[in-house]
Design a protein around this ligand. Structure first.
Ligand code: LR7
Ligand code: MN
Length: 602
């Protein structure tokens, strides 16, 4: 019953432990799949049991035979691998019970080494076909006849053979050859044997592809910088090493950059299932864009309402406040002008938000183009260690916060906790860069790029919503239903802590907002949708009334006992009076500044 309600971050985050450190990639939410919406079912399960009736063959990672022999020493015996496994982007399910003990060992090892189902990936052609994930309308778009030439950088550390080469082939197979000039692979100090000579030999037969190796573990940020130094084309595209580019992926991105070289473009990142390698694409309407949380992790959100209104069609480019980080296209010289990456960032993490903020704050623009699709294998956790580097994620995030967040740094909790303990190194070069580029403030970014972002100091009321007539507080009484439960005025009981903030005017607890429709309907707790509507409330500290904006009704403790009802507002009714702490929350707020007529932009 709540207007426009959407379940945004429904995926559970899986936590990771690293052999060499306390940090976990799951701390940043990047590895999560974007939420699936309106997804078309394309799954066809390959029934391994039936196939098994026939004979014994050897599978070596290329079912269609074009690259037979590709994988050294990987032989699957005992059952017929499904013909055309994974074609059209279908998933492949393997019944583990049917595998020989050798195969079982391979299966297990694949998961251990890569945190995805390498065994299944190896059954799928390096040239497998994919569904055309584009909306029909994309096919009618005329791109410029002259598009910039392009080089692709793919970095990897201990990537699986089949995923790495499927990435490479999907680029070669699905990019107009006159536009694609180079692919630079950067091996970031991998240890797995198949990435040594077998890879050299294999790549030797591929034109345009160059392999460079780092002489120590650099991490993905510095590995990308090394790759970049080998690129000579107008545009550079970065990809993770377990991607599949879909038909028409390149042109829509190049077209945007051709129009404006300071536009940075992200494709729609479709999920390749880590277990079955099913390719799941997001239709244009359901495209997600990037946002972030105050602990500086990336996350997905649906297209904000204002952005939906600004655009004419579902396939039009979408302004995105942040990018996931691994897949984007950028004008090479613009990237240099912007200061590429912070070379003080190591291994993994933070560079995606750092670059996102920098693009927006320093005169660029970041967009998602719904007509460009690239799949990525989303996995629960990273399989590799940090190569002995201590706390790379928090160090990277600390650098990012120190350089770009201005006074909003106080909201980055991790940074606050470990300040003093964590050595983030010297950031003076990056601060200098920010000055030289004459970048906007973080407050400017929030106001102009992410006006919906929650800012803690915007909270104008917080804590228990308490009625002293009955000594009851707002609380969940049954499933999603909100009612009244006995409490004391300053209760610290978790379920009784509610907040309201400027701009959004919702009454919320984490991701849940009070929601009310009309009449006798219950007040419920729903995922905050950010569209106002049934989730819009008003609190007046003078009258102590909590009113619902659309219905114009007030929250009341029912005459017959501590039940929550919504009725006609009446200032003199003590059962409509709610005490709620309205002392200001410290910290910067561009909204408060704006209301006070203060402009802190430069
Ligand atoms: O030390 C390393 N050296 C590397 O070369 C660590 C990693 N890598 C390579 C690795 O082989 C892979 O190709 O770097 C790439 C990214 O590492 P992943 O795939 O383990 O990371 P991820 O997909 O979980 O990480 C996302 O966030 C990262 C933050 O630093 C990077 O920006 C990744 O590129 C990014 N991936 C994507 O944006 C794909 C979409 C995922 C989402 C959301
Ligand atoms: Mn990845």
């Amino acid at each position: 019953n709540s207007h426009g309600r959407q379940e945004v971050h429904s995926r559970n985050s899986r936590k990771t432990a690293f052999a060499d450190g306390a940090e976990s990639h799951a701390a940043a939410e990047n590895t999560r799949e974007p939420p699936k919406r309106n997804r078309r079912e394309i799954r066809v399960q390959v029934n391994v049991r039936e196939e098994n009736q026939r004979n014994t063959v050897h599978a070596n990672g290329s079912v269609d035979g074009r690259f037979r022999g590709a994988i050294p020493s990987h032989v699957v015996r005992g059952w017929t691998p499904p013909q055309n496994a994974g074609e059209s982007g279908r998933g492949v399910e393997v019944d583990e019970d049917l595998l020989s003990s050798d195969q079982k060992a391979q299966f297990k090892k694949g998961w251990e080494q890569h945190s995805f189902n390498e065994f299944v990936s190896n059954l799928i052609s390096l040239h497998r076909s994919l569904p055309d994930p584009r909306d029909r309308e994309c096919l009618t778009v005329q791109y410029r006849s002259e598009l910039p030439d392009t080089g692709v950088v793919i970095i990897f550390h201990n990537e699986a053979w089949s995923t790495l080469l499927r990435t490479v082939h999907s680029v070669l197979d699905r990019s107009p050859s006159h536009l694609l000039r180079q692919i630079v692979l950067v091996d970031d100090f991998s240890t797995l044997d198949h990435l040594k000579k077998p890879l050299d030999d294999y790549l030797a037969r591929l034109e345009k592809v160059k392999l460079v190796r780092t002489s120590e573990r650099e991490g993905l940020i510095r590995a990308r910088l090394i790759g970049l130094s080998h690129i000579t084309t107008t545009v550079v595209v970065f990809l993770d090493s377990h991607c599949e580019c879909a038909v028409g992926w390149l042109e829509p991105m190049l077209d945007r950059i051709a129009e404006n070289s300071s536009t940075v473009v992200v494709p729609v990142i479709d999920a390749i299932n880590d277990k079955t390698f099913e390719f799941n694409f997001q239709p244009a309407r359901g495209t997600n864009v990037g946002t972030f949380t105050w602990n500086l992790s990336f996350s997905w959100m649906p297209i904000p309402d204002r952005e939906r209104r600004r655009r004419k069609r579902d396939i039009d480019p979408i302004m995105t406040p942040t990018m996931a980080g691994g897949l984007f296209a950028i004008d090479r010289l613009f990237f240099y002008k912007l200061g590429t990456y912070d070379p003080g960032m190591r291994i993994w993490g933070g560079e995606n938000l750092e670059l996102s903020f920098r693009i927006w704050m320093c005169g660029g623009r970041l967009e998602t183009v719904p007509c460009s699709h690239v799949g990525h294998v989303f996995r629960g956790h990273a399989p590799y260690t940090h190569g002995g580097v201590q706390n790379p994620i928090s160090t990277n995030l600390g650098r990012l916060a120190a350089v770009w967040l201005d006074d909003y740094q106080v909201y980055y909790r991790h940074g606050r906790q470990s300040r003093g303990q964590l050595d983030i190194g010297d950031v003076s070069e990056r601060v200098k860069l920010r000055k030289e580029l004459n970048c906007h403030s973080f407050a400017w970014y929030l106001e102009h790029v992410m006006p919906d972002m929650f800012v803690p100091a915007d909270v104008i009321a917080h804590g228990a919503i308490y009625n002293d007539f009955s000594n009851t507080c707002f609380a969940r009484v049954d499933r999603e239903r909100i009612g009244l439960r006995p409490c004391t005025r300053n209760t610290t009981e978790k379920g009784m802590q509610w907040s309201m903030n400027l701009g959004q005017w919702t009454v919320f607890q984490g991701k849940h907002c009070l929601d009310y429709a009309s009449g006798d309907a219950w007040v419920t707790e729903q995922t905050c949708h950010g569209y106002g509507g049934n989730q819009l409330w008003k609190y007046s500290p003078e009258q102590k009334q909590l009113s619902h904006v659309i219905s114009k009704r007030c929250a009341e403790m029912a005459p017959d006992g501590p039940r929550l009802i919504m009725t006609v507002c009446d200032v003199s009714n003590p059962r409509q009076q709610w005490l709620w702490d309205t002392r200001p929350v410290p910290g910067p707020s561009w909204r408060k500044d704006k209301a006070a007529g203060i402009r802190r932009y430069f």
